[in-house]
Design a protein around this ligand. Structure first.
Ligand code: SF4
Length: 439
């Protein structure tokens, strides 16, 4: 099993510094780092310091000294970081010094000094391959578990990261609460299989704010839905129990958006892929969800050219696209991943056939996505402002996950506050994005 790089973390100071620490740890976990409880096992140590009073300064300097002695690779952040020269004078070998609320720089420094060698691979990554371009402060990925109990034949995650280990539900909810307190307006729930949350601990009851909460997707969603921010679910499989989440979406507790990596539609291909929920009647399920929640956005990814994929099986996939009318879709041509069981499957699909299928797939889906987007013209939507550029606001609607989906350009939104919600009227649909004006 290839090891994830480990980061040691020392957090000193006030609740504000704790929020910073939480933000840094969340991002590091999302980027595939593990947090080490000891200096010795860590590839480097981050010390989040306090510089409020002299005793706090002394404590921070002690902590830096201890980490330098025990580990030798240290990044300093937090309030004392504003006195970078003093720190560097005392500890010339520290790797980097940043100030408070500088979590982007800290995480950037970790990436630089302890690169995560696990290559960006569409089959392995949970978050978009954004390198060290970090998420803006108003949205955050919330990782709810590690590893996976499935054994999809094209995937090596279980051999790299082991079986499913769900994080305690109380920890996840506390982290979510702190992120919201720090200004996060959108939580992106990620894991290898979000619908399997809690299976490993038999849906054990945990506690949050003194109340019992089950370690289960539905209970987690209900609790997250009470935080008053957008909650978006990624990597959900079409199991029957997902039906229980849909009312939370239609009632506005969580964002009506499901990211379901279907990967294929033909049963024999899904079986060769050893996909979870392969035998579910997906089309029926989607129709049922849309009946309950018409505004539901479904995003998915597919693989074309999987070993043994026949013309008829590929046609089944195209027919599925017609029927399913998915909103957002990504597609990969199948390629071998070192160590994956699928490498031993017979009948590889020739590259030129893979390309042809990819283009046929994309052409069909582009028309569907565009048509679905066009239906939004004239509607009023709530959007979250991500940035201001050249006099207009760049925002996203509930149908758009950051980095992977579309954008909403608000033509008269140059003075809107970044990181806040605003209602807009959609005036035009482009190929992937929408144009809007403020109300
Ligand atoms: S569900 Fe399948 S593809 Fe996803 S991580 Fe688990 S084994 Fe890999």
């Amino acid at each position: 099993m290839s090891e994830s790089p480990k980061v040691g973390f020392v957090s000193l100071g006030c609740p504000k510094a704790l929020v910073d620490s939480e933000r840094i740890l969340t991002q590091l976990r999302t980027d595939g780092y593990e947090i080490s409880p000891t200096y010795e096992d860590a590839g480097l140590v981050v010390v989040n310091t306090c510089g409020f009073i002299d005793s706090a300064v002394a404590e921070s300097l002690d902590a830096i000294g201890e980490a330098m002695d025990a580990n030798g690779k240290v990044i300093v952040t937090g309030c004392l970081g504003v006195k970078a020269e003093e720190i560097q004078a005392e500890f010339p070998a520290v790797l980097a010094v940043t100030g408070p609320q500088a979590y982007e720089e800290v995480v950037g420094a970790v990436h630089q000094h302890l690169p995560n060698q696990q290559a960006h691979n569409p089959f392995l990554e949970l978050v978009p391959p954004q390198g060290i371009k970090l998420t803006p402060r108003h949205y955050a990925y919330l990782k709810i578990s590690e590893g996976c109990n499935h054994r999809c034949s094209f995937c090596i995650i279980p051999s790299m990261r082991g079986n499913l280990v769900s994080r305690p539900v109380g920890d996840v909810l506390e982290e979510a609460e702190r992120l919201v307190a720090a200004g996060v307006r959108e939580l992106l729930v990620i894991s290898q299989d979000t619908s399997a949350y809690g299976v490993d601990v038999k849906y054990r009851t945990g506690f949050w704010k003194g109340r019992p909460v089950k370690t289960r997707m539905q209970a987690l969603c209900e609790a997250l839905g009470s935080l008053g921010v957008w909650v978006r679910l990624h990597y959900v499989y079409p199991y029957p129990h997902v039906d229980h989440i849909i009312p939370l979406m239609s009632e506005g507790n969580i964002v009506p958006y499901l990211d379901i990596p279907f990967q294929h539609a033909s049963l024999p291909v899904l079986k060769r892929m050893k996909r979870p929920a392969a035998t579910e009647n997906t089309l029926k399920r989607i129709a049922h969800w849309r009946e309950q929640c018409p505004e539901l956005t479904i995003r998915s990814t597919f693989i074309v050219g999987f070993p043994g994929e026949t013309d008829a099986e590929f046609q089944e996939l195209l027919d599925f696209l017609d029927e399913a009318q998915l909103d957002r879709v990504g597609c990969f041509e199948y390629s071998e991943v070192e160590g994956a069981a699928a490498n031993a499957l017979p009948d590889p699909v020739p590259d030129e056939v893979k390309h042809e299928r990819f283009h046929a797939f994309m052409e069909k889906q582009a028309a569907i996505s565009q048509q679905r987007l066009a239906q939004k013209v004239g509607k009023t939507l709530q959007v979250l402002v991500d940035a201001i550029d050249d006099g207009e606001a760049i925002a996203r609607s509930q149908a758009d996950a950051p980095e992977i989906d579309g954008l909403v350009y608000i033509e008269d939104g140059g003075s809107l506050p970044v990181g806040e919600f605003v209602n807009v009227r959609i005036t035009e649909a482009l190929e992937h994005d929408l144009v809007a004006v403020t109300l």
